[in-house]
Design a protein around this ligand. Structure first.
Ligand SMILES: Cc1cc2nc3c(=O)[nH]c(=O)nc-3n(C[C@H](O)[C@H](O)[C@H](O)COP(=O)(O)O)c2cc1C
Length: 220
């Protein structure tokens, strides 16, 4: 992968970290490239799931979902989901509640290192649920994935049409999470009904990022 992209990512992540809590990066288990079911079966079984078991999610399964959403799939810079002009405007956050070996808190996925950086500690699922018309699947999930975007990375090249491209990309990343989830026995549900400003504030998103989709995750 290009050193330029890696340096850019490092700058962004360091800026997002809480200086009072300079937590180490969480190295994630490597993605697995073989599954138990076919892509056709995953497509046939995919459903939006809104209730989950209380079981703790394994870190390796969480890592696999993050990789499916935005993981690197080449030595250059390409990722599991397509991106207009390979500009990669999406940022993936994990609101962790009940994940094995992981402190409760909000994390930001780092595709170039397949790792996460903790942004801050504390359980944000309740607040996130209230900011999403009190949809209980968010409060009840073991963890919640939030996909945000920096539109400017795409609009700098494509102008206002870039806004459409970013929205399409969120759909691609979300479908990857859905399908990977089916293969792992993890349910999710795309949640688009939420208050943008409240969600951005709960996650302490940088001002150049907008939250676009919420995906609660938990074992079925
Ligand atoms: C952009 C988008 C936004 C959605 N927002 C919500 C939502 O806020 N709450 C919810 O329960 N489901 C939401 N859904 C899930 C749909 O309700 C669901 O996909 C639809 O009922 C079809 O069911 P299926 O996904 O199981 O095939 C959303 C889906 C999409 C694609």
């Amino acid at each position: 992968m290009s050193r330029y992209i890696e340096r850019n990512e490092n700058d962004r992540f360091n800026a997002a970290r809480d200086p009072a809590d300079p937590s180490p990066e969480v190295e994630l288990p490597k993605p697995v490239l073989a599954g138990n079911i076919s892509i056709e079966q995953a497509l046939a079984e995919r459903r939006s799931i809104r209730s989950y078991s209380n079981n703790e999610l394994s870190l390796s399964n969480v890592a696999q979902l993050l990789w499916a959403a935005q993981g690197m799939t080449s030595d250059l810079f390409f990722r599991a989901a397509p991106s207009a002009g390979a500009l990669y405007p999406l940022e993936v956050y994990l609101v962790a509640g009940n994940v094995s070996g992981l402190d409760v808190g909000v994390y930001r996925y780092v595709p170039s290192r397949h790792s996460m950086i903790r942004i801050f500690k504390g359980d944000r699922r309740d607040e996130l649920c209230r900011a999403s018309l009190s949809q209980s699947q968010i409060r009840d999930a073991a963890a919640v994935v939030v996909i945000a975007a920096d539109y400017s990375r795409t609009t700098v090249k494509y102008g206002t049409r870039g806004i459409r491209y970013v929205h399409i990309e969120v759909g691609c990343a979300a479908e990857n999470i859905y399908l990977q989830g089916v293969s792992l026995g993890i349910g999710t549900c795309a949640v688009g009904a939420f208050d943008d400003e409240e969600v951005a504030s709960i996650l302490n998103l940088p001002s150049n990022e907008d939250p676009l989709l919420i995906l609660p995750i938990g074992y079925v």
